[in-house]
Ligand binder design. Structure first.
Ligand SMILES: Nc1ncnc2c1ncn2[C@@H]1O[C@H](COP(=O)(O)OP(=O)(O)OP(=O)(O)O)[C@@H](O)[C@H]1O
Length: 331
């Protein structure tokens, strides 16, 4: 368990600054997810916390100790990579225990730690297998086991589920959530997938262009996105964003409505043609062309009697309207 405190952190490669002004307080035991589009800097930030990437400016504290410039192995962190990075010639047990054998941990203790990790991750029966005889999900568990035996103060995950199929990803999300509850250790997790962020995080850090856009719980980001960028990035399907009124001095407003806040209603003020419906079972997503607001996406009950080609009337819920100006949320 450890706090992670980041102050004024920056990173440049030569003359190119890819990250700046990063201030972040991660609390002990929190599950924090860094999310953002490709190239926003989430891996760079994680790698700076791990020590794999050198900080260009600012500081990082882990558990009250300034680790800026400290070697990765001395920071008390363990990282799990997307690629698993397992040794093909070693068994599951040897892979999990690799760092312990390097550290010359006594055999008994090593065996106990490997078994403990294997139990948590349900790898017990597979300990003597080589990685090539494991499924993708099992390999990822071995990579996590290797992190667990190191007893880190902070776990760092870099897109660990990206190579798994959709069903397995969902299952591993749950398993990681349970692992976090069980170990109660600070975990920092990088993903470009906002669904992963929403389902797993205690708090989400949204990054954009090397800066933090917003930090908050999934509900906070969903209910009160601070910028049109966060509004469009968090939530699936995306929030509908429209051009709003233009005030002479302040410029144009951007208005936003979530798909569930535009409802089909025979007396609604908007009208539109349904161009496409995506049926998801319990709900359906309709894409509707309206003269009033252009193409809007709405969320329907799965049993709603709406079909492609239908003409519908819609009511936007004014109480759920988000308003932004100059990239910032208006009260
Ligand atoms: N060694 C490097 N030299 C120059 N620029 C780099 C280097 N490594 C990363 N960058 C740049 O830094 C920025 C952040 O990269 P980073 O890998 O952290 O993004 P990311 O958000 O993790 O993206 P992705 O989801 O695609 O992995 C990018 O613009 C990238 O091109």
């Amino acid at each position: 368990m450890a706090d992670v405190t980041i102050r004024n952190l920056s990173k440049h490669y030569g003359a190119v600054e890819v990250m700046s002004d990063i201030d972040l307080d991660i609390r002990s035991g929190e599950f924090v997810v860094f999310v953002g589009p490709s190239g926003c800097g989430k891996s760079t930030l994680l790698r700076m916390i791990s020590g794999l990437e050198e900080e260009s400016g600012g500081s990082i504290e882990i558990d009250g100790r300034d680790v800026t410039g400290v070697e990765p192995s001395e920071r008390g962190v363990a990282m799990v990579f997307q690629s698993y990075a397992l040794y093909p010639h070693l068994t599951v047990a040897e892979n999990i225990g690799f760092s312990l054998s390097l550290a010359r941990v006594p055999k008994d203790e090593m065996r106990r730690k490997i078994e403990e990790a294997a139990n948590i991750l349900q790898l017990g029966p597979l300990l003597e297998r080589k990685p090539k005889h494991l499924s993708g999900g099992q390999r990822q568990r071995v990579a996590i086991g290797r992190a667990i035996v190191r007893d880190p103060k902070v776990f760092l995950f870099d897109e660990p589920l990206s190579n798994l199929d959709a069903a397995l990803r969902t299952q591993m999300r749950l398993e990681l959530g349970e692992l976090h509850q069980r170990l109660n250790t600070t975990m920092i997790y990088v993903t470009h997938d906002q669904v992963e962020a929403m389902t797993m995080a205690d708090r989400i850090v949204v990054l954009n262009g090397g800066r933090i856009e917003q930090v908050g719980t999934p509900t906070e980001l969903y209910r009160a996105p601070r910028s049109p960028f966060v509004a469009g990035f968090i939530g699936s399907p995306k929030m509908n964003l429209f051009e709003g009124p233009v005030a002479e001095a302040e410029g144009a407003e951007v208005l936003g409505l979530r798909p569930e806040h535009i409802v089909v209603d025979a007396t609604g003020p908007w009208s539109g043609d349904v161009r496409l419906i995506e049926h998801l079972g319990a709900e359906a997503i309709a894409h509707v062309d309206t003269p009033e607001a252009g193409r809007v996406i709405i969320r329907l009950d799965g049993e709603a009697e709406v079909r492609t080609g239908d003409h519908v009337r819609l009511t936007p819920r004014p109480d759920r309207m988000h308003r932004f100006r100059a990239g910032q949320r208006l009260a």
